[in-house]
Every structure is written in C-alpha cells, then in structure tokens.
Design a protein around this ligand. Sequence first.
Ligand SMILES: Cc1ncc(COP(=O)(O)O)c(C=O)c1O
Ligand SMILES: N[C@@H](CCSC[C@H](N)C(=O)O)C(=O)O
Length: 390
Amino acid sequence: MEESFDIETELVRLGFDDQYNSCNPPLYQTATFRQDSLSNMGAYDYTRSGNPTRTTLQNYLGRIMGAKATFAVSSGMSALDVIVRLLDPGDEVIAGDDLYGGTHRLLTFLKNKKQLIVNHYDTTDTELMKQKITKNTRMIFLESPTNPLIKVVDVRSITAYAHEINPNCIVVFDNTMMSPVLMSPLADLGVDIQYESATKYLNGHHDIMSGVLATNSEKLAQDLYFVINSTGCGLAPFDCWLLLRGLKTLALRIERQQENAIKIAQFLITVPGLKVRSVALPDHPQYELHKSMAKGPGAVLSFETGSVETSSKIIEACKIWSITVSFGCVNSLISLPCQMSHASIDPDTRAERDLPEDLVRLCVGIENVNDLIKDLAAALRVGGISVPAQ
Ligand SMILES: Cc1ncc(COP(=O)(O)O)c(C=O)c1O
Ligand SMILES: N[C@@H](CCSC[C@H](N)C(=O)O)C(=O)O
C-alpha cells in the first residue's frame, strides 16, 4: 500500500506518474483520444468521459479528502445538480434553513416542479432533526458552519441517527466553508457524500469555477460518474490543471487567512453595537461542538450593525476589502449577503429564517492583518460607528 502523509505534505507532493518525470502534471488539452485499433482501445476516448489531467486531479483530491472516489465538475452548483439527480421523483429530502442561497434556489426549483418533497429545518437543533428524520427521508443536506450565519450543526449525531432510521438515507455535506484542511466530514463524521465549491478555498485565486464530489461508497461513485458523463459537467482539462496548481498552497493560504480572521473577530468584538458571528470566538454558542469536528474556525465571519443603511455605508467605504460575492480567495472580500450571495432567497423566507438584512459578511484574505483592521475601522467610522482606538 502506498505510504500517505499529512495533508500539508500531500498537497505539495501531488504524487503522479509521468513518462518524462515532469514536475508538474501535463495538460491534456484535447477532446478526443485516438485508439490503436478496434480491438485495442485505450484508457480514454473522449474528455467528457475522462481525461488524464482530470484523473490526476481526482486521484490527488482522493488522497487529500480521504475518499475512495472523487470527481471534479464544472462548479459547486453542478456538483449539487449531480447529487440531486440520484433521487427519484417524489423523494423526501431534508435541508438546512441556512444553506447557501444557490443551494436553496435549486432545491426550491425542484420542489416547485413537484419533483422532490423538500423540508427545511434548523439543522443546529439536533433534537428537532431527530423528530423530522423518518424512514422515508432519502437525502439530508447539511452545511457547517453555515454560510452566512455561521451556525454549527452536529453532523456526527445527525448522520448516525439518519443511518439508524434509514440505512439508505444519503447524508450530503457541503464542506466549502472549511475545506479538507480544516474538516473531513466524509472520513471523520460518517457522511455519504462530501462536496465543495472548489471555486472557493480549493482553488483560492478566483480564476476558475469548479466543484468536487467525494464518496467512499462504490455504488454512489458509480451513480455519480454516470450522471457526470451523461450530462457532461466534468471539469475541463485546463481548469483541472489550474485547480491542481491552486491546491498546492491550500494549507498555507488557510493558515494565514484563518490567523487573520481570528484577529479581525477579536477586533470586531471590541466595537460596541456590533453583533459578531464567528466560530473563532469562545462565546459562539457551538464553539466546543465546532472544535470537536474541525481543526480551526476558517476565515469567514459576519456581523450585524442594526441597520441596512449603516452596513451599506461601511461596505462601500472599504478600500482594501473588495465588494465581491464568493470567498476563499487570497484577497479579502466584504458583502451584504441579502442583496448579493443570498438574494435568490426571497425576502419573506429570509425573514422567516432570521437572516438579517443588515448582515455584513467578511471573507478574510492573506493581506497584512493590521492593514485590514485599519481599513475596516475607518469604514465603520464612516458608517457612524464609534471604534475604540487600537
Ligand atoms: C457553501 C457554498 N456551496 C456551494 C456554492 C456553489 O458553488 P459555485 O459557485 O462554485 O457553483 C457556494 C457558492 O457559490 C457556496 O457558498
Ligand atoms: N449571482 C450569483 C451569486 C453567487 S454567490 C457566491 C458564493 N457562494 C457566496 O456565498 O458568496 C448567483 O445567483 O448564484
């Protein structure tokens, strides 16, 4: 058996074979592969079905994610689209009430078309989840910490309960907020499918869209591959190559982004009037639960100011923090989720789910942390908030 190392080493090691000992994986920028003869077909025929650069990426991701099977697709949403195609019409699914806006949009689309029965619950309430999961629950969608309210879910208990009630229930976990460096729900928490928007931390440079899926079940792997090949959403070779390049620095980027995010959370709690949501703060209601599942708090946090007008002024006054959706990139981003990343959730549903309209989300990058704090402090003052001298 091949020796395996810590994720920090595996990320840099890449571990692939090349006929010329190339130090970086070759880019097979081709749609088709010539066959030797009709009786001697090669490993690849057509890039939609498979491509050596994608195979290199998927094998590498498998080692990093501790998964038997890993697939790279064209975006995080297409990863979710592949997963929901495993369901049959009329299947019952349970989803969190603070999932990413695009996830909510796709599930609502399928619900409105009467293809699925979708119920959203507060997945942080484990007892409520235990009441709602039944033998008819076919799939459960979890995120933790949630985007953007930073709520923490007891993934281990919910997954174990779901499997006890219905061994065929598929628990799906969106690990985009943590990345495999901080959390391994597939290997450690018992979920059936882990997926991530690789557009975020995995790639880290906001120059490609991509998604990854991982499972340890041979049956699920076969079904996922069937959908990927049939629909043609496998990641294109050049994007695979760029993702391979981005991944090498994942551990280093996360370490720096998280270190900066902790200091920023500590700064924000000194500002009177702000309600800060960060799993880095010991007064987070599920601080210990998060620590029991993950190696760190990550680099996304949010805060409320009490008014949309104040939040908007702060966001627009920032100079280093750029007003951008997404997260996981090397540069720091600021956004108003209700008007940006989560605008696809209608205002009534946002209100029902206590998603504050004034919530500001920060996605911390690798810049100098003192510069980031100075910029934020100046912007808070423009918003009329009094900031203690640092
Ligand atoms: C938590 C989460 N999951 C999934 C997605 C979808 O990923 P993508 O934008 O790569 O389609 C996003 C953001 O878009 C996200 O924030
Ligand atoms: N206009 C896009 C918004 C993408 S949000 C990206 C990211 N997940 C985030 O949370 O910022 C859409 O309609 O999907």
